[in-house]
Design a protein around this ligand. Structure first.
Ligand code: ATP
Ligand code: MG
Length: 380
């Protein structure tokens, strides 16, 4: 673990603190598939300037640091928030709904790293298949910050985008310093190496950004899309996110289906967002009632469904279908899931078009047990 202090340029007292506070966790499953990496740790929480999810790796070619993706703060009102936080031109990017994946070169190969800093076998396999390694040969110090979206996602499965699993680049950053490239540079590189990019919906003067954003978010919502991220075109300021009502409600629908497995803050913050949005949009009676119905349905419907299922003797689970290119990565993924503390059942493996297809069923144990208890007469 000593290499971590060296990689992060820590002073000896800081290095000691790192060990004491127990904020390093092993991020690697040792295996030839990850053959460039000898040892790797991730930060469980922010440490000095280093973000949570930062990966520190000892590779055959030296020490590597891949910085964690910074938190994006949220606007609850578009006006005056956007005008206050930015100046000049802002880009309105689509906020895609998947999971955060940083893709970087470690040694000679591409690695896929998830938000919390694990080297993920599934993400790595897909990244090696989908991303042109020429990008990294030309720019070894950069990382691609992507949203991994699609139906065959182990973490956020969604049919919205009409793909099985694809990476959409939303930032390109120096992996060691986290310095982002400007929006123009990002666009240029994505074009040059044929990388998918999270759509840049508009670039506008900050004075009118909120007006444009209202329209854009409304339309995105109707299409079942999540929302927008506002970015300074030079990437000199922190981005800000804002989501559609449909996305807030979609999250609630999900959270209340598994209500005891989810943090209460998650639900509360989404309800508060609806309040501010309704206020700011100056809704008429009909629109307001529609929102009330949407919000209420997204809370009660999934919850009642879960209760009914348990009453019928079923367990509450989330089922996804995943496809792997080799049995080896499937095996690695099982181990990865176990280490993440996820309780899951994998179904029978089917061979299809040279892929190994398997169902991945997450067990929502806490919600199931909670419902069971109450149905048997347990008190809250
Ligand atoms: P946060 O990531 O802000 O800490 P969170 O886990 O709740 O909070 P989200 O509410 O999904 O995450 O918002 C931020 C995430 O949105 C990013 O981490 C990234 O994965 C995702 N994202 C999707 N599209 C974009 C985009 N165009 N620009 C930046 N991030 C995007
Ligand atoms: Mg997200």
């Amino acid at each position: 673990m000593k290499f971590v202090a060296e990689a992060l340029n820590l002073t000896p007292p800081a290095a000691e603190r790192l060990g004491e506070r127990n904020i390093l966790k092993n991020a690697l499953i040792k295996h030839p598939f990850f053959g460039d990496v000898i040892e790797a740790y991730k930060l469980e929480k922010k440490f000095g300037e280093y973000e949570e999810g930062t990966l520190i790796a000892k590779t055959k070619h030296g020490l590597e640091v891949v910085r964690g993706y910074p938190k994006i703060r949220r606007a609850l009102t578009l006006y005056p928030t956007i005008k206050r936080r930015f100046s000049g031109e802002v880009a309105l990017e689509e906020k895609m709904n998947g999971y955060n994946a940083r893709i970087a070169l470690l040694g000679e190969n591409i690695y896929g790293i998830t938000r919390r800093g694990y080297i993920c076998p599934y993400t790595t396999e897909k990244a090696r298949e989908l991303i042109d390694i020429a990008f990294f040969h030309d720019h070894p110090d950069l990382m691609l910050c992507c949203e991994a979206v699609g139906e065959e996602s182990p973490f956020v499965p969604k049919a919205t985008y009409g793909v099985k699993l694809e990476f959409y680049v939303f930032d390109i950053r120096e992996k060691r310093s986290n310095r982002p490239l400007s929006i123009r540079e990002k666009e240029r590189l994505c074009q040059e190496y044929s990388l998918n990019m999270a759509p840049i919906l508009d670039v506008v003067e900050v004075e009118i950004a909120h007006e444009i954003a209202f329209e854009v978010v409304k339309k995105l919502g109707e299409e079942g899309r999540e929302g927008i991220v506002f970015k300074d075109v030079e990437m000199k300021k922190e981005p800000i996110k804002y989501t559609s009502s449909q996305s807030n409600c979609g999250d609630l629908r999900y959270a209340f289906r598994y209500f005891n497995d989810y943090g209460r803050d998650f639900m509360f913050s989404r309800i508060v967002r609806e309040g501010f949005q309704s206020f700011e949009l100056k809704e008429n009676e009909r629109e307001f009632r529609e929102r009330c119905l949407r919000l209420g349905m997204s809370i009660l419907q999934p919850m009642v469904e879960s209760i009914r299922e348990v009453a019928e003797g079923k367990k509450i689970t989330e089922k996804t279908r995943l496809s792997f290119s080799s049995m080896e990565t499937l095996k690695l993924f099982k181990e990865h899931v176990r280490r993440m503390g996820i309780e899951a059942v994998f179904g029978d493996i089917e061979e299809k078009d040279g892929k190994y297809v398997v169902t991945f069923e997450r067990m929502m144990v806490s919600t199931t047990d909670k419902i069971k208890g109450h149905l048997k007469g347990g008190l809250w």
